[in-house]
Design a protein around this ligand. Structure first.
Ligand SMILES: Nc1nc2c(ncn2[C@@H]2O[C@H](COP(=O)(O)OP(=O)(O)OP(=O)(O)O)[C@@H](O)[C@H]2O)c(=O)[nH]1
Ligand SMILES: [Mg+2]
Length: 264
């Protein structure tokens, strides 16, 4: 079993990507299980095979402990540590080739505290896993937002400690020339640096941003590009994202041809 963990800022398109990538995999005869790890999700675009809300629901935690939404999410993730064995067993029982994990919207309350990465580590156990960090196309619209997203991506890499693929979501919202510009900036620390300086950003901050970009660019993977563009709406780039996932997880070989899923 291979684990693909989708992480990104609130509203960046994590849940829709879990849905779309799962559909793409199934269409291509690959077996995927969708797992919801967001105890605060009110609605999901897919039917999860495993759902942490069966154990902990943030809405109930809010009411029971009289907490606000953020405090309740923090408490929910902390409480989830008690059920982590059950969640892991449920996921393993699916025997799916690929496990697509949707994570909480408030990533700073999940990825940047100790319990979120702990829960992930316990769930993934000794399976091979990759994080897909999502840059929201809406945030990627100007160089300052792009730079702050790079720091978020770097912090995610630092906290979760798994190989990471970076992808811009909602590619259907980007004009082709804008996509090309973002692609160039995110594939070249020098280009990011000069773009930020041209925007009037302090050269020290621009330099730090370029270093952060360098830190999240793939060095271990022979990837043709540092960033992927995907759309859950049009399906754009899902094949490319799958290829990148496959490259990290199975060294580029097609897993399905080696080990057919017991479920297909
Ligand atoms: N145009 C476009 N909109 C998208 C795409 N993916 C998601 N959205 C929209 O973006 C919004 C957020 O999508 P979600 O998938 O719920 O994002 P999320 O990261 O799971 O959100 P939280 O879990 O609440 O943080 C929704 O209104 C989606 O319809 C996409 O590929 N293209
Ligand atoms: Mg979501």
């Amino acid at each position: 079993m291979y684990y693909v963990i989708i992480v990104g800022p609130a509203g960046s398109g994590k849940s829709h990507l879990v849905d779309a990538l799962g559909d793409w995999m199934e269409f291509n005869q690959l077996d995927a299980a969708r797992v919801n790890l967001d105890p605060a999700a009110e609605w999901l675009p897919y039917e999860p095979e495993v759902d942490v809300r069966d154990y902990i629901d943030t809405k109930t935690v809010m009411e029971k402990y009289k907490l606000g939404p953020n405090g309740a999410l923090v408490a929910s993730i902390d409480m989830l540590t008690q059920y982590v064995d059950k969640v892991r067993d449920e996921i393993e029982a699916t025997k799916a080739n690929y496990v697509l994990i949707d994570t909480p919207g408030q990533m700073e309350l999940f990825a940047f505290r100790d319990t979120g990465p702990y829960v992930l580590k316990e769930i993934v156990a000794d399976h091979r896993a990759v994080t897909v960090f999502i840059f929201d196309a809406v945030f990627a619209s100007n160089p300052r937002s792009l730079a702050s997203s790079i720091f978020l991506a770097m912090s995610t890499r630092l906290r979760i400690g798994l190989p990471q693929i970076n992808a811009v979501s909602k590619a259907d919202l980007l004009q082709p020339d804008r996509m090309e510009e973002i692609n160039e900036i995110l594939n070249s620390p020098d280009s990011l640096y000069s773009t930020l300086v041209a925007e009037g950003i302090d050269p020290l901050l621009a330099e730090a941003s370029a270093k952060a970009l360098e830190a999240i660019m793939p060095s271990d993977v022979a990837a043709p590009a540092a960033i992927r563009f995907v759309s859950a709406v049009s399906g754009y780039g899902l094949d490319d994202l799958y290829a990148a996932i496959q490259q990290v997880l199975a060294g580029g070989e097609d897993f399905y041809t080696e080990e057919p899923s017991p479920r297909l």
